[in-house]
Every structure is written in structure tokens, then in C-alpha cells.
Design a protein around this ligand. Sequence first.
Ligand code: FAD
Ligand code: S2G
Ligand code: ZN
Length: 449
Amino acid sequence: MRLLSDLRAIVGDAHLLTDTELKAGYQTDWTRRFSGEALGVVRPASVDEVAAVVRACADAGVAIVPQGGNTGLVGGSVPRGGEVVLSTRRLRSLAPVEAAGEVVAGAGVVLATLHAHVASAGWGFGVDLGARDSATIGGMISTNAGGINVLRHGGMRQQLLGIEAVLADGSVVRRMSALRKDNTGYDLAGMLCGSEGTLGIVTAARLRLVPPLPVRAAALMGLPSVEAAIALVDAARRDLPALLAAELFFEEGLSLVVEHTGVARPLHGSFGAYLLLEVADRSDPADQLLAFLGDRDDVVFATDVAARGRLWELRERHTEAIASAGIVHKLDVSVPPARLAEFIRRIGPALEAAVPGARLILYGHVTEANLHVNVLGPPAEDQAADDAVLELVIDLGGSISAEHGVGVAKAAWLERDRGAADVAAMRAIKRALDPQNIMNPGVILGHER
Ligand code: FAD
Ligand code: S2G
Ligand code: ZN
């Protein structure tokens, strides 16, 4: 095929994969629910090679699936069939940290690498998440990733100062100046952030850094009910200025983690809800947290790195523990904070009515009322559980996607969530920037044009 020889000429033989074995890792997503056969996997080493690849695919009318760390959870990072997967893993340039607290990173830079890079210059980066060892800067921008520190620093959009991207015609948009204020025209960076590879390919970004918060303490509490946990989080937001993270999980998830990992149960007995709080500052915030906890028992308090890591492991290994139990339907949703307790009370019966016997595991970023609803039991293609959850979320005025994006998993629900006028405006932007519909077709907007 002419396109494959063109791609080989652009990236070199070693970076065009057509062999079934070599393509395999790029064709199935992290949840194992989404998979497809790519025409080929191409691994460009520079923005110019990305632009040449895009032009070649556009000339051939072949669609592109941009892929970073392939940790996305809504099926947007893997082919549906016949596309070229464009892997950004070789776009790993990392400029020196600038004195003003900014850094320019290639799209393929892994989050953990960025954290280490900026820490060595005495800075921090505002976004952190469990997939830090694989998720890439380009992927995190494209999904507008949130993570565990949104309360303090916001998500990826709040860290984004500039962007370099290749559009569907192979042109390169570059807004990477270090200008502190530049109000000239539409916010292309903001529009590409969260576009999940459907409007262009992010090749580099200018990112805002944050002052480091080196001294930390954490506490895991067992609480009698969801209501008690939510009340405590509201109090923590008011009374704990050093609060960095607040994560909620429940018995079902904790038992799976303990069973899967063999780590010891943190508290004796079982509780209606578990709340993990982390405080971070320049000076020691431990006393602030201890004062907040008062004489409460059913608490595990931790200050050193290892002890805090053990508490975080109970939360962050939910994902792999659940995945080890079978094919999981993952629904990353948010509801108005005032309706969070109601959502948690209603989701069990709603799911049981739709899919009797399905196993429900809830956990997530409670300060944003963002829960990760995981359902085990229904086969991958059975949408009944997904529909029951999303129906309830919309009924409560929530969002069908809080931080993972829409992907292909939730494209059918977009109009229910956003309304016809909003979706029509997004379609107009898509048609304008990608008239051939070669940029990740089917993601976010489905296949309707
Ligand atoms: P990929 O999975 O490769 O791609 C994701 C999407 O972005 C796809 O649509 C892809 O086409 C597109 N894309 C990728 N790179 C580019 C690019 N350079 N230009 C244009 N489009 C691109 N997410 C959260 O928000 N918060 C969390 O707390 C969180 N925790 C996680 C924990 C675990 C254990 C796992 C497995 C995932 C978690 N995620 C979380 C989901 C995932 O890590 C994020 O969505 C992340 O942003 C994906 O980055 P990635 O590089 O893996 O992107
Ligand atoms: C998290 C991602 C993983 C999951 O752990 O915060 O965003 O299991 C999630 O949904
Ligand atoms: Zn999350």
C-alpha cells in the first residue's frame, strides 16, 4: 500500500509497525474492553515527522488514532479498525525549567518523568494521578486529566500555558511563547485541551509549575456513613488550609484491593465509608491535620513516605484490583456536590434493577463529587449497566464524564448530557478543523457528521 511506504520513508523502518505481534500492545486499551486492528503503528520522532505523517494519511484518506501512554479509559486511544495509530512516545523532549516556573515538554513525556524533572529544579507540577508512570503529557492534555490534586491546583487545562499541535491538514499551530499575557484570538490551546485527539495532535506544551509542597501527612478514616464522610470533607475544605487531596472509597473496593494485593487491612472492622485526606505544605502540616482529627479513633495517621504510600496504595490500587476481577464497565462521573450522598444511595438499587447481581465498586475524588463507578459482571458489549448509571447521573444534573473524557464509550450519551445546540457547535468546529474526519473518528462526537 502506498501509504505504508510513505510512512516508512518518513519515520524509518524501525518506527512503522505492521507486524501483528508488534502492533498488539497499541491496539487494546487499558480496560481490555476496546480493541481494533490498526493498518499500522507509526512512531514519529519530531513535530515535522508528525506533520508529514498526518499529510500522508490525509492524502490517502486514512484515519489517525493519536496515542500516548494508552492509559485512557473510554476507548479513545485504540483503533476501531483500519486506522493508523500515531504513537507520541518518542516526543520526549524536556526543556530546562524556566526561572518563572514554566517548562516546555514534549507530548510523549511521561508524567512521572515530568514530576522528577521539575522537582530537581525545586518546583512541583500541579497534576498527579495513579497512571503517573505511563500517562503522557499529550494524553493528559487531550483528556484534560484531573487526578488527585484538582482541589489545590486544578486539572490539566489550568496548567496549560501554550501548545504546539499538528492539525488535520498537516499544518502546525504553535502557541508556545513565554508571554504572561497574550489575548490574541481564539483560545486554540484551551480548545485542543480535552479534544481527545479529534481536532489535532498535541506535540508539545508549555506548562505552569507550582511551588513544591514537600512536607506531607495523611490520614485514613473509617466512617459510619457516606453522609458522615461528606460532612467531614466539607469541614476539611474549610478548616484544613493545607488540604491537598480527599479520596473516598468503600468496603467493596477495599476488600478487592486487600484480596488482590495482600496488603493488610488498615482498620479493624468494616465501615460505611473510608476517607483518605492528605495535607501538604512548606512547613509541617501534621499538627493541623491532627487538630482536625481531634480524638477520633478508627484513624490511621501517617507522615513518613512509606506509611503514606501504604495508605495511598489502598486507594490507587483499586483500578488494577478491579481489573483483575474481570471486564469492568468504568463510568467516571460527577454530580452536584449537594446530591452526592443521594447519588451514592440510589446507584446500587438502580444498577440492581438494570443488571441483577452486577457488582458495584465506587471510589473517587470526593472534593469534586467525582466518583468512579465500576461495574463487574455484565459482558463488555452489554450497555445496560452503563445506561443505568448515566441515566441517574443526568437525572441528578451531573456529568457523564468528569475527567476521563467521552471517548467512544460515551459518545452515544453526549447529546443527552450537553444538548443539541452545544453538540451542533462542537460538530461545526470538528468539520472546520477536520473536514475529512481523519482525526480519531467516532471519539466524542460518534460517527454522525
Ligand atoms: P492515551 O490513553 O494514549 O490517549 C487518551 C486520549 O487522548 C485518546 O483519545 C488519544 O487519542 C488522545 N491523545 C493521546 N495523546 C495525544 C496527543 N499527543 N495529541 C492528541 N490526542 C492525544 N485520568 C484522570 O483524569 N484522573 C485520574 O485520577 C486517573 N487515574 C488513572 C489511574 C489509572 C491506574 C489508569 C490506568 C488511568 C487513570 N486515568 C486517570 C486515565 C488516564 O491516565 C488519563 O486519561 C490520561 O490523561 C491518559 O493519558 P495517556 O497518555 O495514557 O493517553
Ligand atoms: C482514579 C482512574 C482509574 C479508574 O483512580 O482516580 O481516575 O479505575 C481513576 O477509574
Ligand atoms: Zn480519577
